[in-house]
Design a protein around this ligand. Structure first.
Ligand code: BEZ
Ligand code: FE
Length: 288
């Protein structure tokens, strides 16, 4: 029999997994993962204490997860892995709106609203914001019937699922584009906010002297028959964290420009007081 040594163990492990894993893609993934994992352990000459600390860290990450909190997504986000997966799967094509991270605060089953309705159930800001735009195909033709699932923090910097004092589905809603591909909703202008730091991810950020802030943004998942679904954000221009997003998810094409408006016609149409913030942001979908 062979003795296992630092010099031959990786090769033996790779041979074992490589020769027995039937599914070709899984074989590729598991053997590459093992190769890099072994190389990492050898590179830093991991001590037993460090290895056990890593095990306890991953255990705590799992224990932090429930139906409202996904610490593993958060970990993937702050490590830049979510954005790497996004970049590989949605390369920049010059056409269609760029994608970015989903984040851990998406909740399916948000209320469906008429175009132009408000997603505010509890208002924190003095002034509301009107967000509107058009969803189009790569030739600029409107896409009617596109579904926009939107969610964001309230103007106190929290998502509804993080804040027990907020009504369920505050700042969440599903909208459908009209015949001209138009969507519109009333909201509050989002604020920059801190990702949760009360768990293992916070420990990592503190240990690496990184801040936990994300620039203000509104999340969108847009889908329509015959088109690739799009998961994206619209960031607020001028936000101080655009250049240092804790999860590396900003893209300059996704920065929206809010203006201060006193347009009485728009205010009457959407039943909102003046002045209001106004964001116009068009979205492009790619055929599937
Ligand atoms: C968010 O945008 O909600 C988010 C994304 C990644 C990590 C934490 C929060
Ligand atoms: Fe967010």
């Amino acid at each position: 029999m062979r003795d296992f040594t630092i010099d031959n163990l990786t090769e033996i492990v790779l041979e074992e997994y490589g020769s027995k894993t039937n599914d070709p893609r899984f074989r590729q993934i598991i053997t590459s993962l093992l190769k890099h994992l072994h190389a990492f352990v050898k590179d830093v000459e991991l001590t037993e204490e460090e290895w056990f600390k890593a095990i306890m860290y991953l255990t705590a990450t799992g224990q932090m997860c429930d139906d409202k909190r996904q610490e593993f997504i958060l970990l993937s986000d702050v490590l830049g892995v979510s954005m790497l997966v996004d970049a590989i799967n949605h390369p920049k094509s010059g056409k269609g709106t760029e994608s970015t991270v989903l984040g851990p605060f998406y909740v399916s089953g948000a209320p469906e609203y008429e175009n132009g309705a408000s997603i505010i159930k509890k208002q924190y800001a003095e002034q509301v914001a009107l967000v509107q735009g058009k969803v189009t195909d790569p030739d600029g033709n409107p896409i009617a019937g596109a579904r926009l699932d939107v969610w964001q923090t309230a103007a106190n910097g929290s998502y509804d699922v993080q804040d027990q004092t907020m009504p369920e589905n505050n700042m969440r809603g599903v909208f459908t584009t009209d015949e001209g591909g138009n969507y519109a909703f009333v909201t509050e202008k989002p604020l920059s906010y801190s990702i949760p730091t009360d768990g293992p991810v916070g420990e990592l950020l503190r240990g690496t002297s990184r801040h936990s802030m994300r620039p203000a943004h509104i999340h969108f998942i847009i889908s329509a028959d015959g088109y690739e679904p799009l998961t994206t954000h619209v960031f607020s221009d001028g936000d101080e964290y655009l250049d240092s997003d804790a999860v590396f998810a900003t893209k300059s094409s996704l920065i929206g420009h809010y203006t201060e408006s006193e347009d009485a016609g728009l205010a009457a149409r959407y039943n909102i007081p003046v002045p209001f913030s106004h964001l116009q942001f068009d979205m492009g979908l790619m055929p599937s």
